[in-house]
Design a protein around this ligand. Structure first.
Ligand code: SF4
Length: 207
């Protein structure tokens, strides 16, 4: 039976949840509870969580249970990721988390309408399914994954769509990091509105 996911967001396909350190972007180094929702149709060929794509493989879980689990940890921040979490209505989950004093951060491609109450939105646009223009202005950070040289020009296109205060990051795609990181270093030196984001959790060997 395919999942019947209620539109009110009280049940969500949960792939995994774990307490760790945010490894990348603006909040690098902070303790956070990661909530990874299943389901994504963006189709990045270099995706490192392809097991997330099929929502049917991930059990429908009560948002209340996810909130209870998150609240057990001393770090009062969650990062909701995927998959593409904005496929789902995240209003209920995020408002319940905030009621418990937990800050809500999201990592999204922006390809679906924005739902949820957010303390921080990390927009990571993907070539394979463009972010919506009604999502981009809300990004606190724009994190562009650089897979090849042409991605710098592509990144600049999104830098014009986000708000003036949005932090701008270029992050090497992990499998290409050795070749791409030197290019990012040069690019940031020439274009200092950008900063480098590294997947430090991979170097730290934590999830
Ligand atoms: S948007 Fe994220 S989860 Fe979806 S395919 Fe791309 S990298 Fe993978």
């Amino acid at each position: 039976m395919p999942h019947q996911i209620p539109a009110d967001g009280t049940l969500l396909p949960l792939m995994e949840e774990f307490y760790t350190i945010q490894g990348e972007g603006y909040h690098t180094g902070k303790a956070a509870y990661f909530i990874r929702l299943g389901g994504c149709d963006v189709g990045c060929h270099w995706c490192d969580v392809k097991e997330s794509w099929d929502a049917e493989l991930h059990p429908l879980t009560a948002a209340d249970t996810i909130v209870e689990n998150a609240a057990k940890y001393p770090g009062k921040t969650v990062v909701i990721t995927g998959g593409e979490p904005l496929i789902y209505n995240l209003d209920y989950l995020t408002s319940e988390l905030q009621k418990r004093g937990i800050k809500t951060f999201i990592e999204t491609s922006g390809a679906y309408p924005l739902s949820g109450n957010w303390d921080w939105i990390c927009l990571s646009p993907k070539k394979f399914k463009a972010p919506r223009l009604d999502v981009t202005p809300y990004a606190g950070e724009l994190k562009v994954i650089v897979f090849n040289k042409s991605d710098f020009e592509w990144a600049e296109q999104y830098a014009t769509q986000v708000s003036e205060n949005c932090k701008l990051y270029l992050q090497p795609e992990w499998s290409k990091a050795q070749a791409i990181t030197p290019l990012i270093i040069d690019y940031v030196k020439e274009n200092p509105k950008w900063e480098i984001s590294l997947q430090t959790h991979k170097y730290l060997n934590i999830p």
